[in-house]
Design a protein around this ligand. Structure first.
Ligand code: KIV
Ligand code: ZN
Length: 379
């Protein structure tokens, strides 16, 4: 099996639909260009039928993106698919992403329909989208809670209808990693034509398991992952691009590759956060402000002896300028001496000991000690 994982970024669709995260057309184009530089394979540019502005943005992105596939979302409806096809016309590599609910709760309470009718509508939608573009992705919404034999039947039917990718979203972030692994394995064992399509993971983070479930899906055979920058998205968000990219990069032993250039991760995280006005939590993996910051005395001492004592990635490799040693009352003499040396102060051991006692008093009071505070201490 091919071990190259396709990175499908949905920051501009599933991420951007979060209240307060809306971007204007120019901002979306800027993000799309940076996503292309980052090396994503597919950019989901929006949901063209949803508003004239979104339609125009998808079209504008389709005009400027040259390497990545540009994708537009639709429901399994004629007017949606027509709008997506129109917006994607300028794209060099267009993809229509159409689909419908697959769990009984969605079939009954959202569509007031039956499993049989859902399969019929799914086949129709894929065939209709295929009349416009070759590359059609089908999403089985809420696949995470769908009846598994029915999901296998639906997957088989949409692949037969021409779907090139089948997306099996855990829309509600419900599954545990071993359950995701089991479900994808089951589909590989029960869907005869599954190797004619790429299986995609699209996981939400309601229980904080989106990334773990995505990796479990890859290990069971999925070869596309749907992710967003900083994990932004509905409710608790989507799977975070930077986490999946760096898990596959750090754990080369797993044997998977992506087209992502990690050096762009931190800059694009900042760009998206600033444009959307959505701060990144300080302890966010890979791109958070504290991801490469060391604050306790034991860690700082070990880090100063050898960075690999406490770092599994180099900050520069993900575009973070450098690691940081934060000075607080939990810091030890090693960190204090290191910072003083950077400021040009070389102290004898006995002087450092005396200064350290005063440093702790100041740190208890001020919480964080900055260079200005240190200069004040040295006098
Ligand atoms: O979470 C989800 O199920 C989705 C689909 C529309 C792909 O975002
Ligand atoms: Zn989603």
């Amino acid at each position: 099996m091919n071990n190259r994982i396709q990175i499908f970024d949905t920051t501009l669709r599933d991420g951007e639909q979060v209240p307060g995260c809306q971007l204007n057309r120019e901002e979306k184009i800027e993000v799309a260009k940076e996503l292309e530089k980052l090396g994503v394979d597919i950019i989901e540019a929006g949901f063209p039928i949803s508003s004239p502005g979104d339609f125009a943005s998808v079209k504008a992105i389709a005009e400027v993106i040259t390497e990545a596939t540009v994708c537009g979302l639709t429901r399994a409806r004629k007017e949606d698919i027509d709008a997506a096809a129109e917006a994607l016309k300028p794209a060099r590599r267009p993809r229509i992403h159409t689909g419908i609910g697959a769990s009984d709760v969605h079939i009954k309470h959202k569509f007031n329909s039956t499993r049989e009718k859902i399969i019929e509508q799914a086949i129709w939608a894929v065939e209709y989208a295929k009349s416009y573009v070759e590359d059609v992705e089908f999403f089985a919404e809420d696949a995470g809670r769908a009846d598994l034999p029915f999901l296998a039947q639906l997957t088989q039917a949409v692949i037969k209808a021409g779907a090139t990718v089948v997306n099996l979203p855990d829309t509600t972030g419900y599954l545990l990693p071993h359950q995701m692994h089991h479900r994808i394995t089951y589909l590989f064992e029960h869907v005869d034509n599954i190797h004619q399509a790429t299986i995609s993971m699209h996981n939400h983070n309601d229980l904080g398991l989106a990334t773990a479930n995505t990796i479990a899906g890859i290990q069971a055979g999925a070869r596309q992952v749907e992710v967003t920058i900083n994990g932004i998205g509905e409710r608790a968000g989507n799977t975070s691009l930077e986490e999946v990219a760096m898990i596959l990069n750090v754990h080369k032993d797993l044997g998977f590759t992506t087209g992502i250039n990690p050096k762009h991760l931190f800059p694009i995280s900042n760009l998206v956060s600033n444009l959307m006005g959505m701060p990144v939590q300080a302890n966010k993996a890979v791109v958070g402000a504290n991801a490469f910051a060391h604050s306790s005395g034991i860690h700082q001492d070990g880090f100063l002896k050898h960075a690999q004592n406490y770092e599994i990635m180099n900050p520069e490799d993900v575009g973070v300028p450098s690691s940081a040693i934060l000075l607080t009352s939990r810091s030890g003499r090693a960190a204090l001496r290191h910072r003083l040396q950077l400021l040009g102060f070389e102290l004898e051991k006995s002087d450092l000991d005396k200064l350290y006692t005063r440093f702790l008093l100041m740190a208890d009071e001020r919480k964080m000690i900055h260079d200005e505070d240190l200069k004040e201490l040295v006098g």
